[in-house]
Design a protein around this ligand. Sequence first.
Ligand SMILES: [Zn+2]
Length: 285
Amino acid sequence: MAYVQNIEASSPGGVGAVAFTGSWPTISDGGTFSPTTSALITGPREAVLVDAQYLKRDVAELGDVIEGSGKRLTTIVITHGHADHYLGFAELLKRFPGARAVATPAVIEDLLASMPRQEQTWRNWFGDRHVAFAGAPDPLEGSTIDVDGFAVEIVDLKQADISPTTAAHVPELGLVVAGDAVYNEIHAMLALTTPEQWEGWIASVDAIEKLNPTFVVGGHKRPEATLDAQPQLDATRRYIRDYADTVATSESSDEAVARMVTLYPDYGNTWTLRISANAYFANRA
Ligand SMILES: [Zn+2]
């Protein structure tokens, strides 16, 4: 079951948002995949969706939330080229044919380049539970999407668990939908980046902080975790630094995992930590 949290507009007639956290599925190797978020940004009449889920049941539920908002979906924007964030867009376009799906040209290029590999991985992990791969969104022109006269600004970030990557900033609401630059009470995916790139990731969290957000929707979250910005930004930076120190001073993947679980006993999805640590020690060997 998905989990939905509301961010209310401070003024009547302003924008609001809904944070949608998808399910916490098992995968074929016995692990679990951390819950992935989407955000629906709503004005008086229109709506923009940021990230589109990937499991059939979550995409259907997200569609129900969009329909239930009573707003006209104009745009689906995809923050980065990981299938758990983009796969649902084509299904949603069938259900909301007036909408278009967009991403920055750099994200589209990366998404297409990694699609064959991701398609194989996704089939292995989720079987027929995910919606089918169906191409890429269209290139975003400019960097602003309009919702009833309010701006949703698409911001390039240097690095998250992937690069290129973007975030959606809604100044009217003090909201940043951060893609995978922010993890919220969930072990961060650090298997896909190098220690040098972790510095860039921390710099991207700093860049989000400079936007002075009140709310952040991190790309992966414990469903009931807070949307307050500062604790998430502080925790993401601290986690990356602790992870870097821990793997650098551990003898094995097992040791690193055990130490991180001790430091972060309440964090969800140890599977992600295990994958990250295994990759690190495989590279170091
Ligand atoms: Zn992700």
